[in-house]
Design a protein around this ligand. Structure first.
Ligand SMILES: C[S@@+](CC[C@H](N)C(=O)[O-])C[C@H]1O[C@@H](n2cnc3c(N)ncnc32)[C@H](O)[C@@H]1O
Length: 218
């Protein structure tokens, strides 16, 4: 960060994520290295032939969507966001990285209507409880509130995703949802209630913090 707290990436306009540079501005969350754990898990899953259709919920800069499209040459990615300025950044990143033809960017709450049958859903939705969202000069305070504020208990957007998730995927699909220690047990409980027969696990990051919930549907 800079002396004023502004994230360095907003000053340079760039942030590295999983071996690529992403253009960023104040309309998107600065991609975090912790999110690369979801990428690793997703890439392993996508190695099985026939798994192609991917949904990135809350794409922001497009870091997740563009990385999956870049690493998996036949992946077809839909990336949603409720922020039009964020989608413009994401679409530009896809064009620059040469994956625009296999990425669709949709202004949508969780997911475009009428689409289903995804093999893989990745989501890094806002998960900080409203009262805990850091304020300036904390660097997170410079990031879009839409990207950080998860409502009263931090799980408002994940509740919306899980309400729709069963109709978005088929048996054998994978869902990866990023959160952080204060909210991850709540997210795990929601996931278990939504997918009672799925294999659901919590995974940690390199700092040994609980980082994402993994749902393998049956
Ligand atoms: C934490 S940021 C993650 C950005 C990016 N996926 C990443 O990992 O760097 C969350 C993003 O979700 C978007 N968002 C918030 N609520 C949403 C919703 N209901 N449907 C789709 N996107 C949403 C925000 O605008 C923001 O871009």
């Amino acid at each position: 960060m800079t002396a004023t707290g502004v994230p360095q990436a907003y000053v340079t306009g760039w942030k590295g994520f999983y071996r690529r540079e992403f253009a960023v501005n104040e309309h998107v969350l600065v991609p975090r290295p912790e999110t690369e754990h979801l990428i690793e898990d997703a890439l392993e899953f996508m190695r099985t032939p026939g798994r192609r259709r991917v949904l990135d919920v809350g794409t922001g800069s497009g870091a997740i969507a563009c990385t999956i499209a870049s690493e998996v040459s036949d992946a077809i990615v839909t990336a949603s966001d409720v922020s039009l300025p964020a989608l413009i950044v994401a679409a530009r990143n896809a064009a620059r990285l040469g994956v625009a033809e296999r990425c669709t960017f949709a202004l949508a709450d969780i997911a475009p209507e009428g689409e289903d049958g995804y093999d893989l859903i990745l989501a890094n939705l806002p998960y900080i409880p409203s009262a805990d969202v850091p304020q300036k000069p904390d660097p997170v305070g410079f990031e879009p509130r839409l990207a950080t504020d998860g409502g009263g208990d931090g799980l408002d957007e994940y509740r919306k995703l899980l309400a729709r998730a069963p109709s978005l995927v088929h048996a054998g699909a994978l869902l990866l949802m990023e959160a952080a220690p204060p909210t991850i047990i709540g997210l795990l409980t929601l996931a278990q209630a939504t997918f009672p027969v799925a294999a659901i696990t919590v995974h940690r990051d390199y700092a040994y913090l609980e980082r994402y919930v993994r749902i393998a549907t049956r």
